[in-house]
Design a binder for this molecule. Sequence first.
Ligand SMILES: *Cc1c(COP(=O)(O)O)cnc(C)c1O
Length: 374
Amino acid sequence: MRPLLGEEEALAAAEAVRSGWVAQGPRVREFEEAFAASVGAQHGVAVSSCTTGLHLAVHVLGIGPGDEVVVPSLSFIATANAVRYTGATPVFADVEVETGNLSASTVEPVLTERTRAVMVVHQAGVPADVDALKALCEPRGIAVIEDAACAAGSTYKGKPVGTDALLAAWSFHPRKLLTTGEGGMVTTDDPEWAVRLKRLREHGMSVSAADRHNGGSAAIEQYLETAFNYRMTDIQAAVGLVQLSKLDAIIARRRELAARYQELLDGVVETVRDPEYGTTNYQSFWVWLPEGADRQEVLAGLAERGVSARRGIMASHLEPAYEGHPSVALPVTEAFTARTLILPLFHDMTESEQDTVVSALSETLHTLHLTVRG
Ligand SMILES: *Cc1c(COP(=O)(O)O)cnc(C)c1O
């Protein structure tokens, strides 16, 4: 991944600095409105990262000790950690082999009477089948929270991922399609949650610092509850506004490059694809190595040929932080994390760079005597 950052972002950041207002202010508000509109949500609440956004999403539902939240183990570890921050217990469920995502059939077996929410991840931008999960969860009073860290610009049933989400959290880390350096957003259609989320990110203040400043009154704020400092700065939001204006172009280019990879790798390895109900932004382009492949050997073979690939998506339950954490068997998750690789894909990638990746992968598999898929 290489972030697509140019002069426009640099100028926007400089302008925020020159304005003298660098903390959360008018640019954050503008970015919230523009981003929420782009994902089909009524409200956006900018935060310091997707991780803090996920924490607030669980917190705002009143989830805490004694409660369970179902999460995929196959995800960046922040998904599970966000549940732990509240004192609730993350419960791992397996994923579908085609999408890397939770589904109604992988979640159903792990629901208990303590389940309060399911945190579904749109893994690497591949949309999850959220309607099927809502159909399973809503009748039981279980909330569906969306970890949409990677999913800006992906679509589900013809609409942007995030449309009709109860609560969705987004990331603007440089590894994602849009970046503000660090940063995140929570989107929701619920006006009361939006107000509470804004308060929770800003120490529980009754009036935000920016509003107090603009109001010109001598009103003294109150601190209504114990909350957090999860604010985004106006410098970040200024960069985010420029980035957002590039999103359509970024996605078009990624989808073009992904289609070319799929064509060139046909018969070599299986690759990530659009599910039948939506489109991915190809935030990460993963491929499945043949059975029996030693991933480290393949990565080394690629590196020797000048290609920097990455291991597939991590499995949180295999990390020391979750050692001893009870879990059902997660065979698909374990196969996914062991046998997938993420290939280079970035906006400015050339066709010749892509050809280099494809031949490096084919040669490496050939040298390792790995049978190629038909
Ligand atoms: C990147 C990522 C996060 C964390 O995002 P930050 O903005 O870095 O906190 C959470 N969940 C998933 C699925 C991610 O890919």
